[in-house]
Design a protein around this ligand. Structure first.
Ligand code: MRU
Length: 365
């Protein structure tokens, strides 16, 4: 992930463990207006970071949660295995209550907490938690690279016009992203492309985060109003849509950022390929769309927007943009039925319909 600070470009990952045994992450709340780093020293700092969306994006929420357990384990200072297990179970419960939709959090927490099944000492387990979180993080990095390679094969034309939604880039994973991985790869191979970026109200992950990532990579892009998606697709301005996912059921039903369902309908109506890119941690092998839990967020997110006055202004302020006394309604995700999806770009390969058998075969363990 390239970050431009002044005239300098530095390489970052979205999250890292520092030499003082603290968890650090890029604070995504103020981007792209100001670049700040958030430091978590306790599991409560981590829960806050996930709930308040210091970090967001399904795989990154999962990885952050894993390090939440690492911090919780390393802050335990007694040699009492029973008490350690009770503390860790409480930590696990706190973490899985932070955000409900992205299944990566639950899948990764379930893997991490299984470490308690061994009869090792507290000290050994503290190391195990750390090593396992690092391993899971590295897995996701490798899977995103694979998604990049596989998705790049869909970008065949010259001057491909690709639409995405929300941010499924480095800021939603660790470095290159899911939906943005094929785009990065195609750009590295000098394929000509332009990315249409719906702003993604209300939190503007498209206009703030995806646009910032693409600018830093030197990839051509255009921010559009969410309400312009239909116009762009109907007018033939888009060749291909690639989105990320927060939860993919066993039959391919997919929860993703609010607006994704509308986008899938537009693609279906106009015969535009609609692909979903995701790592193994985003698959939920026991549910389909009807039982996904959709997060509702505070209505203030609808009625306000973060802004600066001009490019010299380094202090973004949240301002009211609607009739303040009106109530609002703020579902953060929607569900795209599997029948609207052309395929899944996964680290194990492209999955095309019918999905169920292949999803089980690839991710069934
Ligand atoms: O509310 P957010 O910003 O966490 O929602 C993120 C999305 O919907 C992404 O598209 C999804 O998590 C995939 S990220 C690789």
């Amino acid at each position: 992930l390239k970050v431009r600070i002044g005239n300098e470009i530095k390489e970052y990952t979205s999250i890292w463990w520092n030499e003082n045994n603290e968890l650090q992450m890029i604070d995504q709340r103020q981007l792209p207006f100001s670049f700040e780093v958030y430091t978590a020293k306790t599991i409560d700092d981590v829960c806050y970071a996930i709930k308040e969306m210091v970090v967001r994006g399904a795989p990154l929420i999962g990885i952050t949660g894993a390090y939440g357990l690492v911090l919780h384990a390393s802050n335990f200072s007694r040699d009492d295995r029973g008490a350690f297990d009770r503390e860790m179970q409480q930590g696990f419960q706190k973490l899985i209550q932070t955000r409900p939709t992205a299944v990566d959090l639950f899948n990764i927490q379930a893997r991490m907490i299984k470490l308690l099944n061994s009869d090792q000492s507290v000290k050994d387990l503290q190391n195990q938690f750390f090593n396992y979180a690092n391993q899971i993080k590295d897995e996701i990095v490798a899977e995103c690279r694979k998604i990049g390679e596989i998705g790049n094969e869909l970008i065949t034309k010259d001057h491909t016009k690709i639409m995405t939604i929300c941010n499924a880039g480095a800021l939603a994973t660790v470095d290159i992203g899911t939906a943005l991985a094929p785009i990065r790869k195609a750009h590295q191979e000098n394929k000509k492309l332009v990315v249409y970026v719906p702003e993604t109200r209300p939190r503007i992950q498209g206009g703030r985060l995806t646009a910032w990532e693409l600018e830093n990579e030197g990839i051509d892009h255009l921010i559009i109003a969410d309400s312009a998606m239909g116009y762009c697709i109907k007018e033939g301005l888009i060749d291909l849509v690639i989105t990320g996912a927060d939860r993919i059921g066993f039959n391919g039903d997919t929860a993703n950022k609010i607006g994704t369902y509308s986008l899938s309908l537009l693609c279906k109506e106009n015969n535009i390929p609609f692909y979903v890119a995701a790592p193994a941690s985003t698959f939920d092998l026991v549910s389909s769309g009807e039982s996904f839990v959709i997060e509702f967020r505070n209505e203030i997110e609808i009625k306000t927007a973060l802004s600066i006055i001009d490019s010299n202004d380094k202090k973004p302020v949240r301002r009211i943009i609607h009739n303040i006394n009106s109530k609002s309604y703020n579902p953060a995700f929607d569900i795209t039925p599997h029948k609207n999806i052309s395929g899944f770009i996964t680290p194990k390969g492209l999955i095309t319909p019918p999905f169920e058998k292949k999803i089980k075969e690839f991710f069934g363990k």
